[in-house]
Design a protein around this ligand. Structure first.
Ligand code: FAD
Ligand code: MLT
Ligand code: ZN
Length: 469
């Protein structure tokens, strides 16, 4: 191994090869701290050519590579295995914005660019890059692509797959796929870009991408809505889609328990409206022209809902500062849950017509079996994505999870199957859900995935045993 490390240093320089156990520690565990790995080294290439040389060296030495961006994933997908025969390849230093094409409304970015920097660059050019999630200050566009990230604006702009036109990647056999074109139509054979997007570093190392830009809104308008009934949420969503199809960007749902927990840990976000119902919706409309009627539409739709007693209360923003305040609570739910002794996370999705029944029945089952369990249910209701999380009853310690996690998992998964949902809406599979994938997707889909993996990565060198067993 001395020879291998020395050859890495020869390729990248000593400052780009980290082996000190104290320094490598943050790269060897996941954001939630539930997976721990060991690596021979963490390496930081600065160019696609350097990535290619590292991959070729690893093939020669049969060393597996774990690609890593901001390491913010919630499934253990960028943590090496605890066997010490792998390296972590961090894309952090491959972080240049290569070009901005305002006429084509695209930007060519390297994989290690931080999402927030990309949003800022787009904004400086008078455009919007719409992917937005609470980890945007530290996640990278390469990680966003590799996980096909979703976030809060999927309703209007789609997920990461919908925001990417071209890709450059180093393959598991050490070649470079040059496909960095900003074409909006291109039916030339198999769609390799979309195969790599969402593959969680198991099929190729993404080094750069052409991403789409959109006109920036000239104004944003948000509302907090106190509501008790899931079918009313669905009606409101439809009504807003009918009246403001172009403007409606976000339709988020937060249960009372998720708000209570967040306000307990971050009291600056307290708002009296949270106490008025079992759930609070946070919706946002964007205005793209001076004739835009967002606040008028909100007042009409929500005013009627209030009059007919469908909703309990509503608070419409009057400034951008207030819009940001509204989002503060939503963005801190995950951080609040991370402060608890233990938690279980389910990132799941349903057809919008089934979501209410799933929540009602599954909450009933869980509350009967585990009195006092806190169901931290929130998420991107508008696109059917729930973060159906759990915290132990107040006063319980970590042992609650040890004793009950397997059974809770069984109950929730049985209901996901019954309501024909997905076990991973936006976070991916990683290590967390790899045991469940075959059953969930069925033998044919799973076999095809294995065949693809074997064809593209015959030595199983890229992020082995993630996604697939
Ligand atoms: P990493 O965590 O480093 O890696 C994720 C996966 O991608 C791994 O499999 C890794 O091997 C692979 N990978 C990374 N870079 C590359 C590359 N260049 N080439 C090939 N493979 C690569 N996710 C959502 O979808 N929506 C949300 O709303 C959301 N909110 C979040 C909120 C918080 C507070 C946190 C902590 C996380 C949230 N996430 C969310 C999860 C996470 O931020 C996303 O999955 C994000 O896209 C991961 O980006 P990253 O750069 O951190 O990737
Ligand atoms: C979010 O939308 O805030 C994250 O994806 C949720 C999570 O932590 O489960
Ligand atoms: Zn989410």
């Amino acid at each position: 191994m001395v020879d291998f490390i020395q050859r890495l240093i020869n390729i990248l320089g000593a400052s780009a090869v980290m082996t000190d156990t104290h320094e490598t520690k943050p790269y060897l565990t996941d954001w939630r701290g539930i997976f721990q790995g060991i690596a021979l080294a963490v390496v930081f290439p600065k160019t696609s050519a350097e990535v290619q040389m590292v991959v070729r060296l690893c093939i020669e030495h049969a060393i597996a590579i774990i690609p890593q961006g901001g390491n913010t994933n919630l499934t253990g997908s960028s943590t090496p295995e605890p066997i010490g025969q792998q390296i972590v390849l961090s894309l952090k230093r491959l972080n240049q914005i290569r070009s901005v094409d305002l006429e084509n409304q695209t930007m060519t970015v390297e994989a290690g660019c931080i999402l927030q920097h990309i949003q800022e660059k787009a904004s400086d050019s008078g455009f919007l890059f719409p992917l937005s999630l609470a980890a945007e200050g530290s996640c990278t566009i390469g990680g966003n692509l590799a996980t096909n990230a979703g976030g809060i604006n999927v309703l209007r702009y789609g997920n990461m797959r919908d925001l990417c036109l071209g890709i450059e990647a180093v393959t598991a056999t050490g070649d470079i796929l040059h496909s960095l074109r900003g074409l909006r139509k291109d039916n030339t054979g198999y769609d390799l870009r979309n195969l790599l997007i969402g593959s969680e570093g198991t099929l190729g190392i993404i080094t750069a991408a052409v991403i789409k830009l959109y006109p920036a809104p000239i104004n944003r308008c948000a509302a907090l809505i106190a509501v008790n009934d899931y079918s009313i949420m669905v009606n409101l969503l439809q009504e807003l889609q009918r009246k403001a199809a172009n403007e409606l960007c976000a339709f988020e749902m937060m249960s009372r328990a998720s708000l209570d927990l967040t306000v307990q840990h971050f009291p600056q976000f307290a708002n009296p409206i949270f106490k008025q119902s079992s759930h609070t919706l946070l919706i946002e409309l964007a205005e793209f022209s001076t004739e835009s009627r967002s606040s008028q539409i909100l007042e009409d739709v929500l005013g009627k809902a209030l009059e007919s007693e469908q909703i309990e209360d509503v608070l419409v923003s009057t400034s951008l500062t207030q819009v940001k305040q509204f989002w503060g609570v939503r963005e801190h739910i995950t951080l609040a849950q991370a402060k608890e002794v233990a938690n279980i996370k389910f990132d799941i999705s349903f057809e919008i017509s089934r979501i209410g029944d799933f929540i009602t029945h599954t909450c009933d089952l869980l509350c009967k079996s585990y009195p006092g369990i806190r169901i931290i249910n929130f998420g991107h209701f508008g696109d059917g994505n729930l973060h159906f999380n759990m915290c132990p009853p107040i006063g319980s310690d970590k042992s609650f999870l040890k004793t009950n996690e397997a059974e809770i998992h069984r109950i929730v998964y049985e209901q996901i199957e019954k309501y024909q949902g997905s076990i991973s809406a936006e976070h991916g599979i990683g290590q967390l859900k790899r045991n469940d994938l075959e059953h969930h997707r069925g033998p044919t889909a799973y076999k095809m995935m294995k065949q693809i993996k074997h064809a593209l990565d015959p030595q199983n060198i890229l992020n082995p045993h993630k996604v697939l067993l």
